[in-house]
Design a protein around this ligand. Sequence first.
Ligand code: RIB
Ligand code: CA
Length: 314
Amino acid sequence: MKKILMDCDPGHDDMVAIMLAAASDEIDLLGITTVAGNQIGEKTFRNALRILTLINRKDIPVARGFDGPLVRKLVVAPEIHGVSGLDGADLPEPAVKPLKVHAVDFIIETLRKSSGGIYLVPTGPLTNVAVALLKAPDIKEKIERIVLMGGAVFDSNTTPAAEFNIYVDPEAAKIVFESGVPITMVGLDVTDKAIFNFDDIEKLRQFNGKVSRVVAPLLKFFGNANKEIYGFNGAPLHDALAVSVLINPDVVKTRFLHVDIETKGEFTRGETVADVYGITGKAPNADVALELNLPLFNEIVFSHIKKLDESLEI
Ligand code: RIB
Ligand code: CA
């Protein structure tokens, strides 16, 4: 079993990522921290609590993190995730008692108390992770790998040059990519292909379980928003793919590349500049996912949501 800490900004695809992590036999989900991104911090925090309430996992610790990036103004994504950050269906009111500590301190203390080998799985802007690394560099030796959803080599979504999570807080991303901690970058090159299409959503709706009957309309909303803006035939489950890499690494193929984060460009803020030909001569710092096994990913999503449905039938 892989011990993981998730840092997220739910967010429809963050919701599926949390569900996969909570349901998987391969993962021991030690805790969830939240950050502002898809919506303001208060909303992403509340959404995480609502998701855990829905799947009846009140045992998983939740701590709230930063309400904005290190130095820039917060950018949110209501056009994709709605005003609540999880528009499309009614999730239960939170019945989970969150921790009172800040996300950064929860991450640091959890790592310091551990014997190591812990995976960090950020699926939102990297503000919390960056500050934890700055505040307590000693935690690096306790981190097995950072498996993050973010960036892209040949794709973009927030500007022609950048992906949302990196765009929101490029300074934080730069700190993480220069930290020396092993990184797997699960970017848009694969996550924009990790589409849960409208037939998949209808199949999920027909499961008609306590979880699937809520997730299906949520993904319908998310899929429609992505269809309208990007022309996708459904919901790109960006963050769920990052967690899937820990469930079955065969779900993507990666290349070990040097990746720099653009923090100064007038048109390129937040770009993940990947040296695909080794032109810079700089040592690689990230395993970058470039190929996707979509049928395997699809099976992971369906099987884990089915498992959550069954766990609530008892
Ligand atoms: O660009 C996609 C990423 O930004 C996903 O993590 C999505 O949830 C948003 O946070
Ligand atoms: Ca996210």
